[in-house]
Structures are given as C-alpha cells and as structure tokens.
Design a protein around this ligand. Structure first.
Ligand code: ADP
Length: 560
C-alpha cells in the first residue's frame, strides 16, 4: 500500500473491485477492464445464448434463460409452446435481478404470469431461468460448488483451475419445488450469505462436514459411492473453458479500449469464481460467474444474541490461501527472469545464496473492501509467509513434489529454485493445454477481431456507420442483392434495437453483440442451407481471406 501516493511503478497491482486506474503503464493488474460488466447476469446470459445458437449441444450446461423485460413476450410464448407439446412438463423458473448477488431479490415461479412486474422489473432488468429441479443432494441437502479459475491472459488465452473449491449447503432438506415450498430460501438457494442466518447452519472446523465444505470432500464421498469423478472433473473443465470462450469476445473489446495495442500499458489477470450446480446425474450446470469472489478466510459467529466475532474458517483458508498464493506464483515477474537466467548458469545464486529481488505489490481497496481490510491484511501476512518460505528455503526443508510446476527446478546438485519449498501448484492449467479440443468453438472471437479492426478510433467500444460500411466494402459483402442502402438499413435497425435495450448509453453506435447479430444475419443470407455455425465459419473465412488479400495489395502498392 502507498498511503501517500505511488512513486515507483509496481510489478503487480492488486485492485479490490475492478480495473480502474488509467495511470498504470507496466506490470500486471489483477482485474481485466470490463470483467464486471461481462459477467453480469444479463450479459452472461446473452453471451451463452449466442454460443447456444451456434453450438446447442456443447453449451447445454447453461439453463435456458430469458432476459426481462424485453423477452417477456418470448418467454411467455415459448413456455406455452413447450407446455402444449408436452402437457406433463411442470416447470419451475427462477427470477434473478441483473447485477444482484448473494441471492438478493431472487424468487421462484411456476408460471410466467407470476413474474412480479410491479415497478422493479422495469427499473431493474432480470434474467428468468429454468430451475434445475433435480440437483444432486448430500445428506438430503442441496449444495452448489464455488470453483476458482485464474484467467492468466486473454491473448493468448491462458486458463487455470484450482484443484479444490468450496461446497455451500442449504440448511433445509430439499424437496422438489411445489407451490407450497417455492418461497423457502433455505431449501432452494445455496447462498452462504442467506443460509448463515438459518438456525440450522453448521460451522465446522472440519473440511468435510458442516454447511461449507471443500469440494474435494464431496468428490471423496462420491467416489466412495462408485461415481466416476474423473468424468465429472473433465466435464467441469470443459464447462469452464467453454464459458470463458463465450466471454472473451466482449472482454477483448473492453481490453483494446482501455489498453490500446501498441501503447505502454499493464497486462491483466483475474481470479474468477464459478458457481456450479451438480444435477442428480452428475452433470455440472453453470449458475454464474463472479468477477470478485470473496477471499475472506474468516466468518462471523454470533457468540451471544447480538454479539458477533470473526473466527477463522479452516475450509475457506484451505482453499483460498492456495488460490492467491499460486496466482502470485504464476504471475510472479521474477519467475520469468529467474527462468531466463537459470537457463544460462543459475545466476540467481551468488556465493551459494539466493538473491531475490522483492516483488512490489500494490494493494488497492475499493470503498466496500475497506471494512474487510483488517482481515485481508491477515491473509496478506499469511501469503507473505508463504512467499518468504519460497525465497528463504533452508537446506533442511524437504522439497514438495514439483512434477506439476511449470518450471520444475534445476538439476539435483544445482541450487534449488525458491519454488521448491512451496506446495505443488493448486492451479492446474487447462488452456492452452486442451486448446485443440475447443478451438472450433472460438468463432465469435474471430467475429470480435473483425469488429475491433473496424472500430477505428482508439478507446471506443462501438462501431459507427462508417466503420460498418468500410467492413462491408473491404470484405466485398455488398452486391446487387444487398446494396449499400440495405447495409445502412441493417446497421440502423440492429443498432437501434440494441441501444433501446438500454445497456450502455455512454457511447452511441453498434455494440459487439449487435455486430454479431448483423454478422449472423449476413452469414445466413449468404450460405442458406448450412447449419448456423457453418454459415458463420464460412463468412469469417471469406472476410479474413478478403482482408488478407487487401492487405497484400496495399503492401505491393506501398512497395511500388
Ligand atoms: P446470486 O448472484 O444472487 O447468488 P445465483 O445465480 O448464484 O445468484 O443464484 C443464487 C442461488 O440460487 C444459487 O446459489 C443456487 O443455489 C440457486 N439457483 C440459481 N439458479 C438456479 C437454477 N437455474 N436452478 C436451480 N437453482 C438455482
């Protein structure tokens, strides 16, 4: 912390809430620009819908969702149609206000007509989602999983998943939703912040009992019941990768706006909290992504009526300390330097002693975070201890198995890397490790690259009419059937509709989602009989090819 202002640049900037500092020109920031906006309930649902349109089977891990108020008529019509075609279908829906958290404002309904339209829905948009009625139960209770994911880099995409997470339990035995029990939040909502107020909440010092447990303890129990936990993990990994693939196009638009290519700026990384529900058949379903997952390692306990005390929470500590410690290990700028120099002659070592430069970390608290500062400092002291352990390793300390470390230490008789004294990484790289399996899904990413290319003015996130026309012209998409006048009409129609949804009034013009819609429209027009993802892939290839040819021509002219 720099209470009197920062004079020297830092290696790592640890911001409490979001990426917000425009005066950083180097180092790494622990937040991506636009992440909060990108993972909001509505934006996430939109991004997932786009992917579901392209790849319905691959993205069936996200419950069917509608955005309120604009899709209310669609929601009503679709539910009526599904009920007509299957009269035995007795669905339940969950309504979640956009931008809400900790279960705030959430309620369950049996019929679209039960949506509370009075006031709030107009002023506060929401997502209505199919309710997963048959979750996996443990001790007769519903629970969800909080997994920590490190987005280490956007370009190239690098994703890590923590090997352990948290399981948060309801505090009333679960029953499938009926009109009678719909309002029972302790039965249906797994939020810790709600269930902590239930008389049945169990604080436990053990990681495998109580109302908050480690995910690994759940896996152990499942495995002892004969469940295929390897398959479950691989399904979770693919859920995480696919979700991030759905989010990257929007994130890239924000990124180029805040940190323009070619200008000095920091790089970013971010720890995300994935909330996942397991269905009875062990299929993981994504509930939401949290841009600021709580990193508290203590909880409040009521000692006597009205008297609260913060007590350590071993479950939180076990999971969260490892996540932050290993995030710092992975982004440690000294590590790269050490790696480079070790390649020469391990010159980090002079006179047999390790010479480590301290890593400068700046911690910034948002207003809300200030109250947790004291507790967070405790965590930071703990982390310092771990980092120190790494740098002051004595010869008696037995090195942990380092097979999973990306930079396994030097040869046996060479001085050991400071990493050797630390536990093996809890963060497992899943991307680019499994990139090959998933690269075919990254179509919207390529559409976003085209969008960004035609944005023109640095710092904007919306495309003007001239930019759209230039895109059509340079990619040669206009012809006798699709005149430039029709291009303008397409631009105006789609842009006006997206802007009327009132997401972002700061800038005028076409946002990425509107461009994606226009692009899909053009693809469907051009390649009529193919499935949507093939239509879109074909149009992307055509555009990329024509732009490459144009660039080639310009180079030749330039040389001439
Ligand atoms: P919040 O950000 O307010 O916590 P969530 O989307 O995480 O909102 O929902 C809160 C809780 O509601 C979840 O932890 C979960 O227990 C339950 N829940 C949310 N969506 C569903 C769903 N589609 N099916 C079943 N339960 C759900």
């Amino acid at each position: 912390q720099f209470p009197f202002g920062r004079r020297l640049p830092c290696d790592i900037y640890w911001h409490g809430v979001s990426f917000h500092d425009n005066n950083i020109f180097s180092g790494q920031v622990n937040k991506f620009p636009g992440m909060m906006e990108t993972v909001r309930k509505i934006t996430l649902s939109r991004a997932m819908r786009t992917m579901q349109d392209l790849f319905p089977l691959e993205y069936n891990f996200y419950p069917r969702s509608w955005i309120l108020p604009e899709e209310l008529p669609l929601f009503v019509a679709e539910v009526r149609m599904m009920k007509d075609s299957n009269p035995s279908w007795k669905p339940t829906f969950i309504v979640k206000p956009d931008g809400g958290c900790q279960g705030d404002g959430i309620y369950l309904i049996k019929d679209p007509s039960d949506i509370r339209l009075t006031g709030s829905i107009q002023s506060r948009p929401a997502v209505v989602q199919e309710y997963i009625c048959k979750p996996l139960l443990m001790d007769k209770l519903k629970f969800d999983i909080r997994l920590y994911v490190l987005l280490k880099s956007l370009e190239p995409l690098e994703i890590y998943i923590a090997k352990d997470g948290l399981s948060r339990f309801c505090t009333e035995p679960y029953q499938e939703p009926t009109l009678k029990n719909l309002h029972q939040v302790f039965m249906h909502l797994t939020n810790y912040s709600l269930n902590i107020h239930s008389g049945n909440f169990i604080h436990s010092d053990s990681v495998n009992t109580g109302s908050k447990r480690t995910f690994s303890s759940i896996l152990c129990r499942l495995s002892s019941r004969g469940a295929d936990v390897k398959k479950l993990w691989s399904d979770i990994i693919s859920l995480v990768i696919k979700t991030i693939i759905a989010l990257t196009p929007e994130l890239k638009v924000y990124y180029q706006s805040d940190i323009p290519a070619g200008k000095p700026g920091p790089t970013c990384f971010q720890i995300l909290g994935f909330d996942i529900l397991l269905m009875k058949n062990l299929k993981p379903m994504l509930l939401e992504v949290n841009a600021n997952p709580s990193m508290r390692i203590e909880h409040e306990q009521e000692l006597s009526p009205g008297v609260f005390e913060n007590v350590p929470s071993p479950v939180d500590e076990e999971v969260k300390v490892a996540v932050i410690r290993d995030t710092l290990r992975l982004v440690d700028p000294q590590k790269k330097k050490r790696k480079d120099t070790q390649c020469l002659l391990y010159p980090g070592v002079a006179d047999g002693k390790l010479q480590l430069k301290p890593v400068k970390i700046q911690v910034k608290y948002g207003m809300k975070d200030k109250q947790h500062k004291h507790r967070s400092l405790k965590l930071s002291l703990k982390l310092k201890f771990y980092l120190k352990l790494g740098s002051c390793q004595s010869s008696e300390q037995a090195p942990e198995a380092s097979e999973e470390l990306p930079d396994a230490g030097p040869e046996p008789d060479a001085p050991r890397s400071p990493e050797a004294a630390l536990p093996s990484l809890c963060l497992k790289q899943v991307f680019p490790k499994y990139a090959k399996q998933f690269s075919y899904l990254r179509l919207v990413d390529r559409v976003a690259a085209l969008f960004i290319r035609f944005l023109g003015v640095k710092g904007t996130t919306k495309l003007g009419p001239t930019g759209f026309r230039t895109f059509i012209r340079n990619c040669k998409l206009s012809n006798s059937n699709f005149s430039m006048a029709a291009v303008d009409i397409l631009y105006i129609d789609i842009t006006r509709r997206w802007n009327s949804m009132g997401i972002d009034h700061k800038e005028s013009g076409m946002c990425l989602q509107a461009f994606v819609e226009a692009f899909f429209c053009l693809a469907q027009k051009k390649y009529k009989s193919l499935p949507l993802h093939e239509q879109v892939a074909s149009l992307i290839e055509l555009c990329e090819c024509r732009l490459a040819a144009l660039r080639g021509k310009r180079l030749v002219w330039g040389c001439g």
